[in-house]
Design a protein around this ligand. Sequence first.
Ligand code: AQP
Length: 326
Amino acid sequence: MKRSLSGIQPSGILHLGNYFGAMKQFIDAQNSGEYDGFYFIADYHSLTSLTDPKSLKDNTYNIVLDYLALGLDPNKSTIFLQSDVPEHVELSWLLSNVTPVGLLERGHSYKDKIAKGIFPNTGLLTYPVLMAADILMYDADVVPVGKDQKQHLEMTRDIAMKFNQQYGVELFKLPEPLILDDSAVVPGIDGQKMSKSYGNTINMFASKKELKKQIMSIVTDSTPLEEPKDPNNNIAKLYTLFASIEKQNEMKEKFLAGNYGYGHAKAELLDAVLEYFGEARERREKLAQDMDYIHTVLFEGGKKARAIAQEKIMKAKEAVGIIGNM
Ligand code: AQP
């Protein structure tokens, strides 16, 4: 069975981009029965941009609840915290010694984040090396991600090849990204990539009031109500994620005909979002009442992942000539 592996950073509250770009694929892969799925919460990664310990803790619990409410099943997939498997960090050190600094400096995500004013700490630069460790540790065949992670996946492959070549081993498998065309980049309320750190998100588990506020804030132009409008505007693009082709076409026709305002379309989008996530929102409320269960899921998932990681790190150490006594 092929192995699918991916993670999400608890750097904020999860949003439609994280769901359609990544999580929906985790759940579809799990339910297809074709993959052995490993899905983790990249808490160490989030330290590159998040400095508030309370937020990190809260976000971490929130993501586990989101994973479970949206349909990840701990009996079918391995769900764990990155930090519960410290071998990831150990492997990232071994990999960093075969990774050219220039490769990391060319990272689009690194450059974008710095351009947006995020402090350029070393962790932000070496983020892709830890990500390579996360993936290579488990011999993942596929990594379901959004398009923004494509370059990081290419870096993972480069790093794996370099390590295998330098030490004359076949230790690391080269993973393939799994990117869906339709949801490769979900736009945020400002039309840029929806991103936790850009403050432009729509959060599927926000309260109805907050969700309405987020959707009503989607940026549009000032075309008067009665005039025709661009049928591929931001609202229509987001609507495609939820509505049937017929409904999507209906909305497009209404935009082209005029006398259909952005406010009307936003109200339709809000209804569609609430309907789409209705069951998951209810499930999440119930799950949040049973934190012991959440801890058990993470404990069991961490134990399973760590057993695999311990074997792999021993082989990696052996390959580079580290004598392991412990
Ligand atoms: N807008 C998006 N469209 C499609 N996919 C997206 N992803 C994120 N935003 C979009 C995918 O979600 C997964 C988890 O991402 P992450 O949290 O590990 O890091 P990220 O890509 O950097 O996500 P954010 O929300 O933009 O977080 P911050 O702001 O903290 O960096 C990934 O598979 C990603 O592709």
